[in-house]
Design a protein around this ligand. Structure first.
Ligand code: GRF
Length: 197
């Protein structure tokens, strides 16, 4: 059984998609811990509603690491987690930490490209397609091996919000699938590329 921790900062809709997925799918993983770096993160409520241990931890990666060890976490999922992870945690969870990014990496990613900033840039550029990417977390922001991507047409959108809405639906579809593949040991990283076994 892969013990999963989900880190959130906001509404936690990606966390909810993971909670819903584990209720309806049989795979070798279970969410054991939710950590938010914002007291107001609704993801904490979603965790509590599903009897999942949840904590507010802000700017204290030592405490975060303590919790990850206490709950014997094997996989860390960043689900809209808007904080930089320290090298100490990254090293401890190399290729055991995944992130959902709301664009088709390498477009609109890296420092400063988070949340709505991503969709603002995509709208300003006039892209016809956007999407979401699940990737392993590395020391390079949004630079880790790509696990899964899905495209969505945004040719007819009226504003950046519409891009965000369409991309969020894709995020909810691919993050649970990527987590399931990881938990069922179907992912292998070779020369920076992810192979699905
Ligand atoms: C999502 O757009 C995610 O891609 C981005 O932040 C947002 C988090 O949404 N990193 P939620 O908290 O999962 O609803």
């Amino acid at each position: 059984m892969v013990n999963i921790a989900v880190l959130v900062s906001g509404s936690g809709s990606n966390l909810q998609s993971l909670i819903d997925h584990q209720k309806t799918h049989d795979f070798d993983g279970e969410i054991k811990l939710v950590v938010a770096n914002k007291k107001s993160a609704y993801g904490l409520v979603r965790a509590a509603e599903n009897n999942i241990a949840n904590y507010y931890v802000r700017n204290d990666d030592h405490r975060l690491l303590e919790l990850l060890k206490e709950y014997k976490i094997d996989l860390v999922v960043l689900a809209g987690y808007l904080s930089v992870i320290s090298d100490e945690v990254l090293e401890e969870y190399e290729n055991k930490m995944i992130n959902i990014h709301p664009s088709l990496i390498p477009s609109f990613c890296g420092p400063g490209f988070y949340g709505h900033h991503v969709h603002d840039a995509a709208y300003a550029r006039g892209v016809h397609y956007s999407g979401a990417t699940v990737h392993f977390v590395s020391k390079v922001v949004d630079g880790g091996p790509i696990i899964m991507q899905e495209v969505v047409s945004v040719k007819d959108v009226k504003n950046a919000d519409e891009i965000g809405e369409r991309v969020l639906k894709v995020e909810h579809a691919i993050l649970p699938k990527a987590v399931e593949l990881y938990c069922d040991n179907k992912l292998e990283v070779k020369e920076g590329r992810v192979i699905i076994k």
